[in-house]
Ligand binder design. Structure first.
Ligand code: NAD
Length: 485
């Protein structure tokens, strides 16, 4: 599947060139090569997409759910057939390894599979005889036109936390991908087109801030899903709510792992490295802090340093590469600044990933895995999202101290515990003020049939992405009280 240049929008089932005055380069982060150009679509193109989606709504809503999901069954098959091609595109524009890109699309497909169950998931409830001869029903109806504003780090998967559920529930949809990685959605929309979905059900509008503002202001767009940095999430949540929209915003993270002395050493070190350095640390579920308790420090510290040093870094398309570049030169500079700041706050740079020599990667945004030992727990770096392959080590004496430290943080996306003790696991699961918990798991990513449950500054809203939360988000409940003489 080839892509047009510059990238078109997809509105009312027509690929159309944007009239945008401004466009940005889409760059391969491993090589610096320009791959394409993305338009910063003006608000008018959002209005066109919203008009198409609004016009399609009535007929789509009246299409029986069992017929609506037939398009998703087709989409699932098309995604399977084109998985390698889409994964290649993800690696090209985002930098992660091909295996990571394939894993991302596997998670996307799982959401399509779960949404195929909408004829069951969307059912309401009822009770006969709420009073003598009177029955009451709760039925679910679609919300209307909905939209997603997506981040750069999972160009394929994140839209799928929302879109399949939205359209299966009878809504129509607009996708605004990250302007840094717009190529993957071009491919996904080519497949959506092949499913034969009627006009206006799914629309794609590329762009940046102005495009987002138009989504947040448009009166016909009833619900907005956002995933991205916490500062953006807060602003979008406030603006969408002020405009009367249903809104869910998933934000940033600073994810800690606790390592207890009774954890299995090699397994724990490997899982930590995969969590901290997988996807070059650009996962919202990447471990950023390892809190070693008591004697765990003795076996963990050198082992994680060795594992970080050994990780193979390079172009994600190359065989054997375990970690790709970060997304932009600005990200690389920002991450290097955080490493410097961590050292200024007193940490020892146990493994320094700055200024690596990567054969063929001279123009790429490469940083090797970095380990900061003895990070100041109350310092800025222990509290700031780095979003790069940097793991800070903090040493404490008790699990209570570790949990208190975790609960003092402002984010609540993920925390994990490595232990051989069921009692410690239960205590942690019970007391941690965090929405996604891992026990002897390094990346506690909820499967499609569970909600993605960030807390605190990692989430603004009530209903999360995926599974039954998505069904609640994309339906409005109607109650009917009925008596027949
Ligand atoms: P970002 O907030 O910079 O951008 C996300 C989206 O918002 C993009 O589509 C962008 O065009 C738009 N945007 C950015 N600034 C805007 C503004 N001022 N006004 C209107 N729209 C704006 O995020 P990013 O850098 O693309 O993604 C990385 C962030 O996403 C990290 O913080 C990461 O933790 C977070 N993330 C969170 C989750 C989660 O589930 N909680 C998942 C993935 C990523």
């Amino acid at each position: 599947m080839n892509l047009q240049t510059p990238l078109p929008n997809y509105i009312n089932n027509v690929w159309q060139k944007s009239v945008a005055a401004e466009r940005l380069d889409v760059t391969n982060p491993a090589t610096g090569e320009i791959l394409n150009y993305v338009p910063l679509s003006p608000g008018d193109e959002v209005h066109q997409a919203a008009a198409a989606a609004a016009a399609a709504l009535d007929e789509w809503r009246r299409t029986p759910p069992i017929q609506r999901v037939q398009y998703l069954f087709k989409l699932k098959n098309l995604l399977e057939e084109n998985l390698d091609d889409i994964a290649q595109t993800i690696t090209l524009e985002c930098g992660k390894t091909l295996d990571e890109a394939k894993g991302e699309m596997r998670r996307a497909i799982e959401n399509v599979e779960v949404a195929c169950g909408i004829p069951t998931l969307m059912q309401g409830t009822n009770l006969e005889d709420i009073a003598t001869g009177i029955d009451e029903f709760m039925i679910r109806q679609p919300v209307g036109v909905c939209a997603v504003i997506a981040p750069f780090n999972f160009p394929g998967m994140i839209t799928f936390w929302f879109l399949p559920y939205a359209i299966a529930c009878g809504n129509t949809y607009i996708v605004k991908p990250s302007e840094k990685v717009p190529l993957t959605m071009q491919k996904v929309f080519q497949l959506l087109e092949q499913t034969g979905l009627p006009k206006g059900i799914v629309n794609l509008v590329n762009g940046g801030r102005e495009t987002v503002d138009a989504i947040l202001e448009h009166p016909d767009i009833r619900a907005v899903s956002f995933v991205g940095a916490t500062a953006t999430a807060k602003a979008i949540y406030a603006k969408a709510a002020a405009n009367g929209k249903r809104v869910q915003c998933q934000g940033g993270a600073k994810n800690p792992l606790i390592v207890l002395p009774d954890a299995e050493p090699q397994f724990t070190v490997n899982a930590t490295a995969e969590s901290a350095f997988g996807c070059a640390g650009q996962r919202c579920l990447a471990a950023s802090l390892a809190l070693t308790v008591g004697s765990a420090r003795d076996w963990f510290t050198q082992a994680i340093a060795d594992t970080a040093t050994d990780r193979v870094v390079g172009n994600g398309l190359a065989e054997g590469v375990e970690m790709g570049p970060v997304i932009t030169p600005e990200s690389k500079t920002r991450i290097e600044g955080f490493i410097h700041a961590g050292a200024e706050e007193g940490a020892q740079i146990l493994v320094d990933g700055r200024h690596p020599s990567i054969p063929g990667g001279e123009n790429g945004n490469f940083i090797r895995p970095t380990v900061l030992n003895g990070l100041e727990p109350q310092g800025q770096i222990a509290k700031t999202e780095i979003f790069g392959p940097v793991l800070g080590l903090i040493h404490v004496e008790t699990i209570d101290e570790a949990i208190a430290l975790i609960n003092s943080g402002s984010y609540g996306n993920m925390a994990c515990l490595f232990t051989g003790s069921g009692a410690s696991a239960r205590k942690f699961r019970y007391e941690a003020q965090i929405g996604n918990i891992g026990i002897n798991i390094g990346v506690a990513a909820p499967m499609a049939f569970f909600p993605f449950s960030g807390w605190k500054d990692s989430f603004f809203g009530d209903l999360h992405g995926q599974s039954w939360d998505a069904v609640d988000f994309f339906t409005q409940k109607k109650v009917v009280v009925e008596r027949w003489a």
